[in-house]
Design a protein around this ligand. Structure first.
Ligand SMILES: [Zn+2]
Ligand SMILES: [Zn+2]
Ligand SMILES: [Zn+2]
Length: 368
């Protein structure tokens, strides 16, 4: 396919006449962000109508499901949608049940305990993960201890299902929170100096494996009151080799509150795919953290926006790493989509996780 066209807005080469996906995603997000209360009410009704009329297992493929995701990115309370989804026995996507009320929860629990199939069991586990209250936790815990016969048809245990909702439980059923209940996004702005919270700074040292410039991918100023929810009284610096990270199993670093970090040993790549100019361009990005807090699902349904906190847009399955120091599950901290910082078709996303106790960051790459 030749690239004989140009995006009408940003000018990048395209194989068709129109807007590139990034410009379209940007317009869509602006549109959703500007919906009025009345428009939101109408869209909610549209979703509800579809739930009532569509085939049980086909809702996820409808445009109303996209609408539902848009509503979540606006942080809209969707309890009445959950009620209808429950009545209609539509269990996918599980987000339909995010923070659903106790009546809905109890119906789902009853179904889960009666189901005979692993496919329905799997769906219901995910729905309860999204509800994520104490009773949902206790049921998942009980099923981990005393699995039903259909457990054999699942790949993972119920504590891993729970992670989808941003939490899990220990062997003694202690609740463990795996994501943060606040979210901020990065926005394009002209900036002069990098300060406070930002993406990509050259470290002035080279990777011992591939020779690529090492970078601080993400720096967060924990003193900024916007980030007090992280509970880190100082600076978080997430550092790695941007070239090796995409082929490694992940790279960890240990940061100190004064703004330094030490990259821990990692598996490297022999070949460096980045020129000095590429790294320079990355460091010259114009991404600035949003002034205002965003809804928790702001970055959860599309890869057009980098976020700190909230829910991630997992390319593959959700993944919470173990802290290399204490062995506990790390918390999901941020996502950086490569094509937001490197021009020209970079694929995949870098996920950043943190153990606040040990001051360890682990970053890893996912792509389709
Ligand atoms: Zn464009
Ligand atoms: Zn490297
Ligand atoms: Zn730790």
């Amino acid at each position: 396919m030749g690239l004989e066209y140009k995006c009408k807005e940003c000018g990048i080469p395209l194989g068709f006449d129109g807007l590139c996906w990034k410009c379209r995603a940007k317009h869509h997000r602006e549109d959703v962000d500007s919906w009025t209360t009345k428009q939101i009410e109408i869209k909610k009704q549209q979703v509800i109508e579809k739930l009532k009329t569509c085939q049980k297992d086909k809702f996820y493929a409808t445009k109303e499901c996209e609408l539902f995701y848009d509503l979540l990115t606006r942080g809209i309370d969707c309890q009445d949608i959950a009620k209808i989804a429950c009545e209609q026995e539509i269990y996918y996507p599980a987000e339909l049940f995010y923070k659903a009320d106790s009546t809905v929860r109890d119906i789902l629990i009853e179904k889960l305990l009666l189901t005979k199939t692993s496919s329905e069991g799997s769906l219901l586990l995910s729905c309860l993960a999204m509800i994520g209250d104490k009773k949902a936790q206790d049921v998942l815990y009980e099923l981990k201890l005393n699995p039903k016969p259909w457990r054999k048809g699942l790949y993972v245990d119920s504590n891993i299902y729970a992670e989808q909702g941003g939490w899990t439980f220990s062997a003694n059923n202690e609740y463990i929170k795996l994501n943060f209940d606040k979210c901020f996004s990065f926005e394009q702005k002209k900036i002069k100096d990098k300060e406070g919270t930002f993406l990509i700074r050259k470290r002035g040292e080279k990777c011992p494996h591939c020779g690529c410039e090492l970078v601080d991918m993400l720096v967060i100023d924990g003193h900024d009151k916007r980030f007090s929810f992280l509970g880190v009284d100082g600076i978080i610096t997430a550092s790695c080799c941007p070239n090796c990270i995409t082929v490694s199993d992940g790279i960890s670093c240990k940061f100190t509150l004064d703004g330094n970090s030490e990259i821990l040993d990692y598996e490297g790549n022999n070949e460096n795919y980045y020129s000095d100019k590429d790294i320079e361009d990355m460091a010259n990005n114009n991404l600035v953290i949003s002034e205002q807090e965003k809804p928790l699902f702001y970055g959860a349904f599309n890869d057009d926006v980098n976020t700190i906190g909230g829910f991630a847009y997992w390319i593959q399955d959700w993944e919470y790493r173990e802290c290399p120091e204490c062995g506990k599950k790390m918390k999901y901290l941020a996502q950086i989509h490569w094509d937001s910082i490197i021009r020209d078709g970079a694929e995949g996303t870098l996920f950043v996780e943190i153990c606040p106790d040990c001051k360890i960051i682990t970053m890893f790459h996912q792509q389709t």
